[in-house]
Structures are given as C-alpha cells and as structure tokens.
Design a protein around this ligand. Sequence first.
Ligand code: M6R
Length: 607
Amino acid sequence: MCGIIGIIGKAPVAPLLLEALKRLEYRGYDSAGIATLVNGRIERRRAEGKLVNLDHRLAEEPLGGTIGIGHTRWATHGKPSERNAHPIATSRVAVVHNGIIENFQVLKDELVAEGRRFDSDTDTEVVAQLLTSYLEAKMSPEEAMAKAMGRLRGAFALAVLLSGREDILMGARRGSSLAVGYGDGAMYIGTDALALAPFTKRVSYLRDNDWVVLRLDGCKIYQGHTEVTREIRDSGLSGEMTGKGNHQHYMLKEIHEQPAVIGDTLQSYIDPATRAVRLPELPFDWNAVSRVTMTACGTAFYACLVAKYWFEALARLPVEAEVASEFRYREPPLPAGGVCIAVSQSGETVDTLAAMRYAKSQNQTLLSVVNVPESAIARESDAVLPTLAGPEIGVASTKAFTTQLTVLLVAALAAGRARGTVTAAQEEGLTRALIEMPEQVNDVLGREEECRRIAVDILAKARDVLYLGRGSSFPVALEGALKLKEISYIHAEGYAAGEMKHGPIALIDEHVPVVVVAPSDSVFEKTASNFEQVKARGGKLVLLTDAAGAARLGSHAAATIVLPTVDPVVAPILYTVAVQMLAYYAALAKGTDVDQPRNLAKSVTVE
Ligand code: M6R
C-alpha cells in the first residue's frame, strides 16, 4: 500500500521519480504525485488515478530540479483526489507518507490552534505542518525531524523535501518499510529495494524509529539524537528482474515462474544426495512443541489451512490456523511451549505482524515463512524459513503461495521426522514427490489453453461461481475462489464439499458453475457424492482431477481438466496452478486490470 521514492542527484529527477513510481505500482494506489525543488521552491504535480494521469500532468507542465520525492497513494484518510494526493506540502516542507499517523487529530488541533491552515483531508498533513512549525521556530532540519519523531504515533514511513535545501533529503520509518539506496553521485530513499532497483543494488534497510539525512555523497542515520550505522547490502535485484518478460501480465509471468521457484525453494530445504529434509537450525525442538498456531491473511492464510492438514497428519501436532486480523483481537490463551508460524509474502502485512506480537506476548516461539527476508515479519521472528519466489509484482499471489506450500510441507516433514511420526521411507517418498513437483507443475502449465477455454466459455460468463474441495483440497477451493473474485470481480465462494448441502446447494442452477477440486485421494469418493448432488440439480461442473478421477466422473462434467497423478499430499501445490490459470483467463476475458485490481494493494500495511 502506498509507495515512496526520493532522489537527490545531479540530473533532472522528475523522469526518474516517475520511473520508480512505476516500479511501485504493484503495491496498489489510487493517486500519485511528485515534488521537486525548482530554484529552491517546492513544486508539485499530482493526479488522481493511475500514473498515466500524472505522466500527462508532467507533459503539460514539466518539472525541473535535481532533488525530489514521489508517491503512490492508497487512500486511508481522505478520498482519492488530487487535493489529497501526496506530496502534501506547506511552502517549507513537502512530505510523502506510508502508513497512518494515529494521533493526527490531537496534533492537528494543536497546529490549528497555532493558526495553521490545513489544505487536505489527510493525516499526513500534520507531519508537514509540524515540521514547518519546528523550522519556523528556528530548529535545524535535524532537530525538527528528531522532535517530530517523538510526537508522531502510529506506523509510518516518510520522505521529506525542504524548500531552499537542495543539499538534503530526509526520511524516517516506524513500522512501514523504507530503504536507502547508494548510487554513483546520487542517493535514493524508497519503500523497498524494488523501487530502487533501476538505480542501484546497494541498499540499507532502515530499522524502526530510524530517521535519515541524505546528501549527494552519502547519508547519516539516527535513532533519536544518536547516529547509528546500518549495513549496506546488495539487494540482488536488477531492473530487468522486475519486468514482465514476454508475458502480457506480471501475474502470468509469475504463474509460469512456478516450476523454477518451487525448484529453487526445494534446493535449499532438501539434500539432493540423501533426499532428506534440511531445515535451518530452529530455536525449539519439535518434540517439545505443545501446539502450533499458524497465522496470516488472505492467500497466505489459505497456505496455513493446507499446512494444518500436513502438520496434523504427518507430525501429529495440534494446529490452529488463525486469520491474523481476528486472532490479534480475540486474545486467545496460548499454551507454554507453543510455536507460532506466521506466513507472508511481503512480510509487511500489519495484521500478521500484530498477531505475531500477540503470540510473542504469550511466550510463543515465532517462526515465519516469508518471501522478503528484510521485512518486519522476518526481523521480528525467532527463526525464518524463506520462500525463494523472487519479487512478486502482480497483486494476486501466485508463486508466493505455491512456494509457501512447499516450505510448509518441508517443515511438516521435518517435524514428523523429529517426532518419529514420519519414517525415513515416507520422508523419501514425499521428498521425491516434491522434487518431481517442478516438472509436474510444468505439465499443468501445459493445460493453459484448456484452462483459458473453460475460463472464457464458462467462468467469465457467470455472475457467481462455487469452488468445492475436501481435505487439503478445501483450502485450494478457497484460494481458487479468492483468485477469481479479486482479479475478475466475479463473485466466487469456496466451500468444504461436505458443507454444500448445508446451505450453498440452494444457489445451484444451470447458471452457477461449480469448480470441483478432486484429486484421487482418500476422500475422493465423498467428493464424488457431492459432485453428483450438484449434477442432479443442473449445476455446471468444472472438474479438476487426475486420470482416475476423470475416468470415474469426467463424463458428468461440463469440462474436465486432467492433471498429473501425484501423491495426494503434494496435490494442493499442483491443483493451485490450475485454479490460478482459470482465474487469470476469466479476468482477461472480462478485461479487468489483472495486475492491479481495483481497491487492492499488494502489501496491506493498514488495519
Ligand atoms: O504479503 P502477505 O502474504 O502477508 O499478504 C497477504 C494477503 O494480503 C495476500 O495474500 C492477498 O490476499 C492477495 N491479494 C491474494 O492474492
């Protein structure tokens, strides 16, 4: 949500700021803007809607200057409009901001009482006004920033431009991510390494409560009034890595990257010689774990739901999977010796982070499965199991989900081995099934044209779609429904197949397609009964199954996608790829914005 970029350099910055904002589009936004210093004065161009509108504004009224800040805004306080678009500025200070200033009303009342006039409906404006008030009281920019950090409450990242100060750019973070980029004769500040990738790979990740002053030749980072050092690292990202390649959308590119990234992820968790699972050292003993609490949001939560089946069956461990936004406020008692596993692509999701903090307060050991190793969730964990999905730009989670599943299955196997509930032979069999997964996923990608046809002929024409699954296919049904609704805006629901007759069956008629996720597993026959119940009521069935399942039920379905026959334990990874393609092609047929669906953000950094 929201994206920040700031540049101090020697060349005109407006085109560079715009380029960086394009890299941040994936985070989700509804307005955008940039500010630069022109002859020492703050000049802004802002526009509601997509970046193309800002681009037009800049074409009409170009902006000079070699220092500036830019922002993509996802509205929280104040509707999406040019007036509320960032940078928010006074004549002395321009600010771009991610997050929420929780005490903005108290600060605003104070500032209004001082006689300051507010021009926007944003919480951000208090930061610009507060800094202005401090500067007018003759504080240096550094003093003003240190003092402001003491007054602001909430989670935020900021970049600040000061009139008359071509020599410095400032930034600060608490909660929301912010990185400094070291260039050749230029310095950068941005939400993440992706935004900085076109300019530099050398980055420092700021920590909570850090604030920074950038100059042309480097930067100084502070906590309070004390200067601190932060390691400069190679982000490993290049501008090209974050492109779409030959694909029409990031989502399609990321769907197609799955064989490779699942393979990369497996390589770091399975010893190819012995086929044994190899986790990094963990700060707990699986034998001593009393309970596992898994927590996450959205698609990552569905990964937890699949993993619940795996940990319970393979490691015989009690597992609760909890939606983070509910878990954090429910305040459940958690047993001594418990482990909390948080799952997140971005590592920034604010509810997941808060749920982890709650678990920590209950003395749980925190293990996280994250795709961004520098993220807050990774940093606050006692141990991290990284997914090696690479940057995921499409708002719809695809390769992040399947690599989360891969890591979680490997972890469940490790737990099972440690607890003596998985034999060496079972471990070998399942790691073999996993090692074959990239090839099997490739095979599923080979069904792309079938998926496209079904999506166009059946799903895209529907107003409502049901997804059904049993056992570990139930979360896959949930994920299929989420994927479809978020990118195509078609209403879709995922249900446990056995629950259908307790309500949703009332919806079924010839206009409601029902996608049934049914690998040949121990519950296949039960799902088959539910399939027949839909058929009997005229439902239009789309069956996802293997050869045996297709032989048993295929003739009753409106369409069948036959997937490779695999060990049922790994089936959720494989079947997910098919539901991703169905959603993608339905969205394409509907003509929606696949990579940046309306109202959605890639990193959800507000509650
Ligand atoms: O970055 P996270 O994995 O923590 O994000 C969690 C959800 O916001 C995310 O999975 C969301 O549901 C996706 N848009 C689903 O495709």
